[in-house]
Design a protein. Structure first.
Length: 131
């Protein structure tokens, strides 16, 4: 099957050529470069990277009273983000424990330093040159 040019692909999707070009450069969309420097894009690859607009909309859950509708995909994202948030909270708690231990150690070192006798004053040495 013949590939689509960048212009044909952008018209078919309703996206700009620069969006498709950026997707090719980032690796989201694979395309082959022709001898004249233009891209040839396989339509199957095009619709893999950019689903058709009719399939692009997410199915919504049935409406429940006193709740906002959340697409199914967003529900899984929310649960993933909640798990990540819980991990971050655990990491913060560990860091706070470490901070408290270091603070206690620093306080005890300062207390020991204050209790230790002061070092004898340094004797000022005379320099050879008077200036």
């Amino acid at each position: 099957m013949a590939g689509l040019t960048l212009s044909q692909a952008s018209r078919a999707l309703g996206k700009s050529k620069s969006t498709l070009n950026r997707a090719i450069k980032t690796g989201r969309l694979s395309a082959t470069r022709n001898e004249d420097g233009t891209f040839s894009i396989n339509p199957a690859e095009l619709y893999r990277a950019f689903p058709e607009p009719s399939r692009n909309t997410l199915p919504e859950r049935p409406k429940e009273p006193d709740r906002t509708t959340v697409p199914d995909d967003l529900g899984s994202r929310i649960s993933l983000l909640q798990q990540l948030l819980e991990r971050e909270r655990e990491a913060v708690a560990d860091l706070k424990e470490d901070r408290d231990r270091w603070r206690q150690q620093a306080t005890s070192l300062l207390a020991n330093q204050e209790a230790a006798p002061a070092a004898p004053p340094l004797v000022k040495r005379h320099r050879w040159w008077p200036f």
